[in-house]
Ligand binder design. Structure first.
Ligand code: FRU
Length: 477
């Protein structure tokens, strides 16, 4: 196996295989991050919940495995809550994990609890809390939160997301069902999340339902879609036309995302698995395989096309900023490279461009080396943003990997804003304040550290450009 170096500032497991984030909850100064984990191999296998905590969302500490598979099955994805009112009777301030047991083709919903801030866990004696249904095989990934006077669970069931309600986390009643023909239906629906956000920061709000779809995403394979609508505590209703598909990301590597609950600032922060089921088990790795995307802060904004989800990197990332290069009000000509002297594999780029008529294509090439680069560029005539990883480094491990991904995008007041994060094995792009995002794994040679700013067809106006060298995020334990 190719031995690939660790990322500088993205989370990876101590060793072996990782997939979905699970049980994201904040308690007493700690952000908990549990995750689908196979400690016995660098490919998927009997699932455990791995565990890490952070006080600042940038530096992480690995903790011992939280949940082990047992005679009832593997521990699939799920969520965790703080039971402030001890509704479950598990104890003062108990952390309660709600997860799926998977055994043969049976999936049931279950509880485990911790009264020592997630350090040790006990599985509930009367599991399962929701038995396997007769006719649905895919019945998993419970996301639970407290809503006014009861617990709410969103659960993936084949091509639907079901809603359940409970007074005590133990007894559940089904209250709603959404899906069956809405949005993207090509793949199985998995890992739902449901939360409310204000629109444009005001008094009006909407509910957002995010859903992982196992296949048929814009960049191929698995991806994440979302719906915007209403939720009355029992039932989600989408406001979008049935056939509308809203994608949370246009790159290939943003899957099974989940948001933290109990976030002390009231923010909605989301993290995804930076991988794709198409080739997840084949990506170059080291003694571990797979990691997470940057954490994103979510908001809703009214756009010309309706209300849309905006995703920005969390401001905490600014704590990693080191040396900086700054330019403003420059005219960039074809054939030039303003960034010829800037190199790195841990970079943050913020750029604002103003369109001019003759421009055919402009953007950045990152991780540039001999015969390799990853290109992020915009074509004003096609009104599309592209990320091209066909020459990004190691690409031959799967036929679907080397591709150009793209999304339709209109300039705002003739302006395009790009916010790009480059790491050892990834590029993440946030466009126009997070209306469009791309998450992409890439596997360039370590020495491919060049950076280019280019334009074709005519001059473009660069209003401002900042390039920061980013420091390492610490992962201890
Ligand atoms: C999503 C998923 C979940 C499941 C888990 C198993 O990536 O398929 O639906 O719970 O992975 O590891």
């Amino acid at each position: 196996m190719t031995h690939f170096p660790r990322p500088h500032y993205h989370f990876t497991p101590p060793r072996m295989w990782l997939n979905d984030p699970n049980g994201l909850v904040y308690l007493d100064g700690e952000y908990h991050l549990f995750y689908q984990y196979h400690p016995g191999s660098t490919v998927w296998g009997p699932m455990h919940w791995g565990h890490a905590v952070s006080r600042d969302l940038v530096n992480w500490q690995h903790l011992p495995i939280a949940l082990y598979p047992d005679e009832h099955g593997m521990i699939y994805s799920g969520s965790a809550v703080v039971d402030w009112n001890n509704t479950s009777g598990f104890g003062e301030k108990a952390l309660v994990a709600i997860f799926t047991y998977h055994k043969d083709s049976n999936e049931t919903q279950n509880l485990a609890y911790s009264t020592d801030k997630g350090r040790t866990w006990t599985k509930y004696a009367d599991n399962p809390i929701i038995p396997a249904p007769d006719l649905i095989r895919d019945f998993r990934d419970p996301k639970v939160f407290w809503h006014e006077d009861h617990w709410v669970m969103s659960l993936a069931a084949g091509d639907k997301i079901l809603s359940f309600a409970s007074p005590d986390l133990k007894n559940w009643e089904q209250t709603g069902s959404f899906g069956s023909g809405y949005g993207s239906t090509e793949g199985v629906w998995e890992t739902p999340d449901l939360f409310r956000l204000p629109v444009d920061g005001g008094d009006e709000s909407r509910w957002v339902l995010t859903v992982g779809v196992g296949n048929g995403a814009p960049a191929g394979g698995s991806g994440t879609q979302y719906f915007i609508g209403q939720f009355d505590g029992r039932k989600f209703i989408s406001e979008n036309p049935k056939e509308a598909i809203l994608w949370a990301d246009f790159g290939a590597d943003y899957y099974a995302p989940q948001s933290w609950i109990e976030e002390p600032g009231g923010r909605r922060l989301m993290i995804g698995w930076m991988n794709n089921w198409q080739y997840a088990r084949l990506i170059p790795a080291g003694e571990w395989r797979g990691g997470f995307n940057l954490i994103r802060e979510l908001s809703l904004q009214q756009t010309r096309d309706g209300i849309r989800l905006f995703q920005r990197p969390i401001p905490e990332m600014q704590n990693l900023r080191g040396r900086n290069h700054h330019w403003q009000e420059q005219t960039i000509q074809p054939g030039s490279n303003l960034l010829a002297d800037v190199h790195g594999s841990a970079l943050e780029i913020l750029a604002e461009f103003q369109m001019q008529d003759a421009v055919e294509l402009f953007g950045f090439r990152v991780r540039v080396g001999a015969n390799e680069q990853t290109t992020v560029d915009y074509n004003p005539k096609e009104r599309r943003l592209f990320v091209d990883r066909t020459h990004s480094g190691i690409i031959d491990f799967h036929d679907g990997f080397a591709a150009i991904h793209s999304a339709e995008l209109d300039p705002i007041d003739n302006t395009i804003r790009l916010h790009i994060f480059v790491d050892t094995s990834s590029v993440e792009v946030f466009v126009n304040d997070g209306l469009i995002t791309f998450s992409e794994c890439i596997f360039p040679a370590e020495g491919s550290q060049g950076l280019e700013l280019f334009v074709d067809g005519g001059n473009i106006k660069l209003c401002s450009l900042d390039v920061f060298h980013l420091m390492e995020g610490r992962i201890t334990g």
